[in-house]
Design a protein around this ligand. Structure first.
Ligand code: C2E
Ligand code: MG
Ligand code: MG
Ligand code: MG
Length: 292
């Protein structure tokens, strides 16, 4: 009986593993095709400044799969990383985001906007990373200081020298480094002054629990204070309520991103958000500071 049961579970495991492999393999093939077929798209989420104005956008990839519909980045970026496909995908993202930024720079109403782009670990580790970014930036004609590249804490764990060298090389041409999802990793606080960062993003997990969990509030306040002391810009992610916004403002955080203002949207919808009329309707809940 035991042997039979054992056999059955073994067969079961083999089937599950194969299915998993088949799914991953077909996803990989589809991903290669998606690059060629133009099935990737960028959405833009506004970043809001002190007075409720849009100061920039984060570019977020979307995959419109021809058969299964939209696939969220969390479901394909990890596989893209493992298979190395993140390199062509990441380059596509950077080219598309820079092309949009270049367009914004041609219009007086949008030329102040910045663009944030996520960079994945294996993309950053490529020996020619600095060269490809420099090339894309140069060809697009953008002002490099309006481009922010987002890294995560995990990338600071090893290869400190080469990480610092790469960051310095791109900082030298004007690009700003931003530390995404700050507070969720296991790195020490020393990353904040050891690496040439310009911005930190407070992870949405802190913002979400800030008002219900006092230790999260303490950590959030400490991050904001630390950023100010180190001359780093700070932006809060995942701001969903006016209560969170007010608390962040009190703590001295002056830039925000989150569903309270807008989810990531396509370029047509983003352009509508930029219209002057939108300021009064879209941010109706914005508690504007009273004019003295
Ligand atoms: P991220 O860089 O931390 O991006 C923020 C994520 O939070 C986005 O999810 C955004 O839609 C979501 N978000 C924004 N505001 C709120 C809010 O108020 N509440 C909640 N609950 N969520 C909010 P998205 O677009 O699904 O992206 C997930 C992750 O996938 C990103 O996290 C980023 O790590 C990765 N990703 C997205 N696009 C790219 C890309 O072009 N390249 C790379 N390498 N990674 C990307
Ligand atoms: Mg990000
Ligand atoms: Mg990220
Ligand atoms: Mg984040």
């Amino acid at each position: 009986v035991n042997t039979a049961t054992g056999m059955m579970s073994l067969i079961f495991i083999v089937i599950v593993m194969n299915t998993d492999l088949t799914v991953r393999r077909s996803l990989e093939i589809d991903m290669r095709k998606a690059i060629q077929d133009g099935d990737f798209q960028l959405h833009y989420q506004p970043q809001i400044g002190e007075e409720g104005q849009i100061v920039g956008a984060e570019a977020l990839i979307r995959w419109r799969h021809p058969r299964t519909g939209n696939i969220p980045p969390a479901d394909f970026i990890p596989l893209a990383e493992e298979t190395g496909l993140i390199v062509p995908i990441g380059n596509w993202v950077l080219r598309a985001a820079c092309a949009q930024l270049a367009l914004w720079e041609t219009q007086p109403e949008t030329r102040h906007l910045t663009m944030s782009v996520n960079v994945s670990a294996s993309q950053f580790r490529q020996p020619d990373f600095v060269q490809s970014v420099t090339e894309i930036v140069r060809l697009s004609g953008i002002t490099p200081s309006r481009l922010k590249l987002e890294l995560t804490e995990s990338m600071f764990v090893d290869n400190v020298e080469s990480t610092t060298a790469k960051m310095n090389a791109l900082k030298a041409i004007g690009i700003v480094w931003s530390l995404d999802d700050f507070g969720t990793g296991y790195s020490s606080l020393s990353v904040l002054h050891r690496f040439p960062l310009g911005q930190i993003k407070i992870d949405k997990a802190f913002v979400r629990d800030m008002l219900t969990n006092s230790s999260n509030m303490v950590v959030t306040e400490a991050i904001i204070a630390l950023a100010a002391n180190l001359n780093l810009q700070v932006i809060a992610e995942g701001v969903e309520t006016v209560a969170q916004l007010n608390r962040l403002r009190e703590a001295g955080c002056l830039a925000y991103q989150g569903y309270l203002f807008s989810p990531p949207v396509d370029i047509e919808a983003f352009t509508k958000l930029l219209a002057p009329e939108a300021a009064s309707t879209v941010w109706s809940s914005w508690p504007r500071p009273s004019v003295p």
